[in-house]
Design a protein around this ligand. Sequence first.
Ligand code: NAD
Length: 390
Amino acid sequence: MEDTSLRLAVLKEAAPGETRVALLPDAVKTLIAKGLEVAVESGAGLASGHSNESYAEAGASLTLDRADLLSSADILPLVNAPPAQDQRNLKRGAIAIGFLRPLDDPAALLPAIESGVTLFAVELVPRITRAQAMDALSSMATVAGYKSVILAADTLPRLFPMLMTAAGTIAPAKVFVIGAGVAGLQAIATARRLGAVVEAYDVRAAAGEQVRSLGAKFLDVDLGGMATEDKGGYAKELSEEALERGRDLIAKTAKTADVIITTAQVPGRRAPLLIRRDAVENMRPGTIIVDLAAAAGGNCELTRPGETYVHNGVTLFAPLNLPVAVPGHASQLYSRNMTNFLALLVKDGALHLDMGDEIIRGSCVAHQGQVVNPRVSTALEALAAPQTIS
Ligand code: NAD
């Protein structure tokens, strides 16, 4: 009898610098127990600490033949969108799920869309309660928030905790966190665990209580009762005047900070510019800024996305993808998010694409050769429109 099991393929991620893997061996084992067949590209888990043997023990078949893996897969859990040639090798009707950057770089997905691949972007999973266990953005923000503080602590020429020694007392480091969302709150918790004194600023008043519950001080700016939050609980884009009030508070606080971790973002927009050049120039030499909003343009006027450099003795880090520096746990969280998402798509070992489900519909970029997400269609149309030169 012909084997009709769904075939799931785990690739060795091709993006430069990528260390994560989409599924860990324990997830593979669970999926095989549910009747799926799993093939893993040799070396897929090595950079995150998972050997080929651990995948084989979980029941996966291992292969060096990437082209065969691509052309035979029904489902591809991915971290990043694969290169164009890989996308062309996928079979019509296959399903690919990952950080596909559908709004940042929709054109990079055209080969898969044209090949009739169904694409799901984890960035588009609606942030509703039912989808919390699939929220890969929150998972990666948690890892990045933690690692940003470790990076700063490792570079700062001072210690974080207060120490009372026979050679005198060492004052605790002062850490200032801008944006108290998922990454910011994790940065606050990590800095507190290391013994720093922490202050934080966010435009959402609701963040205040969470900041204080972590033992940090919340800094408020009087915005005259202006609405700063949308219906989904995210920050709104602020007026220039309101932004400037935030910048003034930040400049004042920056003067005495040892470390600034900045994470402020507004969904679908460039990250707000909050740390002016003069604020950096008034910081003491040896201090550190980690701009976690670098991939969205950055919160600091002097940020150079993807680079680390020193300005007047202040080190500015602007990592584009900090979770790759913690691949073990980043992959563990991502693998769990992925497994929960797959449970929506696969029922009793068979594909079950219920486009009526808010999570499936919301995260679907393309299906049967058509772009189904209106924001992605608009982004692609804008790229296709003739450019006018004024
Ligand atoms: P984000 O990455 O979009 O932004 C980070 C932070 O920057 C936010 O707290 C935002 O308020 C802040 N910010 C934006 N503009 C600012 C400015 N001009 N000045 C200062 N701060 C500014 O946000 P996020 O971390 O993804 O999450 C934001 C909210 O969504 C939080 O309340 C979080 O708890 C909530 N959330 C809910 C779910 C869920 O229900 N499934 C999942 C994730 C996050």
